[in-house]
Design a protein. Structure first.
Lengths: 108, 108
DNA sequence: TCTATAATTCCATTATTGTGGAATCATGGA
DNA sequence: TCCATGATTCCACAATAATGGAATTATAGA
């Protein structure tokens, strides 16, 4: 991942309303949520929400699709995972056991 | 993790110089690096570096210890890991297989 | 085509943040 | 005690970001 991409993503997440929006979408899964529903759940004015959705979108953290009159936003998990990887890259002089939490196997 | 803590950490990382500093320390491991060496490697004026180290420290992402005339800074891995966990909390309606990368076992 | 709804864009105001020069503090050695 | 070194704090200026009112665009139904 490029540094600029990571910076854009971190900058997008470093704001209360946007962090809430992003986590809401992360939790919602790939079905996503229409803008109006996000505004309702978080109590944000439509234009303010729109501004923040744009920031998240430009940072590559969310995407949207139109469904009739609604725009449905969803988290971009690949961007999120790339960011997490960037932060921990080459940690501890290449000995990640020293700092990363023990990973578990998937159970599926 | 508290939202405010996550916001502080993200805000601290959402800046070019600080992202470089933090990643340098993550890579350096728990031995850490003296401020002067960080300044040298990243080409930052001492006072500017000091300002950024303070931001990272207040966000809980790094800590320091004195060793003679040097202050040695080191990444706080627990804070980093808590942040990563916060971002992915309850993802995909509790079905993380849908968005998180497959975890592997440690080999040690 | 007229109206209602969902959402966005434009704009001005306010607040926050980053930067580096100069002064200061802390430590250790002569 | 005096000096050199490593680092921080103080301060003012410049740049960037967040907010919400009003106007605008897109879609669908009567």
């Amino acid at each position: 991942m490029e540094k600029d991409t990571a910076l854009a993503a971190l900058g997008a997440l470093a704001q209360g309303a946007r962090l809430d929006i992003f986590r809401l979408l992360v939790q919602a899964g790939s079905d996503g949520l229409p803008a109006g529903q996000i505004a309702g759940r978080l109590g944000l004015p439509a234009n303010t929400l729109s501004f923040h959705l744009n920031q998240l979108r430009h940072a590559g953290l969310i995407s949207f699709r139109r469904e009739s009159r609604s725009l449905i936003y969803a988290a971009e998990y690949s961007a999120m995972n790339a960011l997490l990887a960037y932060l921990t890259e080459n940690c501890c002089q290449g000995n990640p056991g020293a700092c990363l939490p023990p990973k578990e196997m998937n159970h599926d």
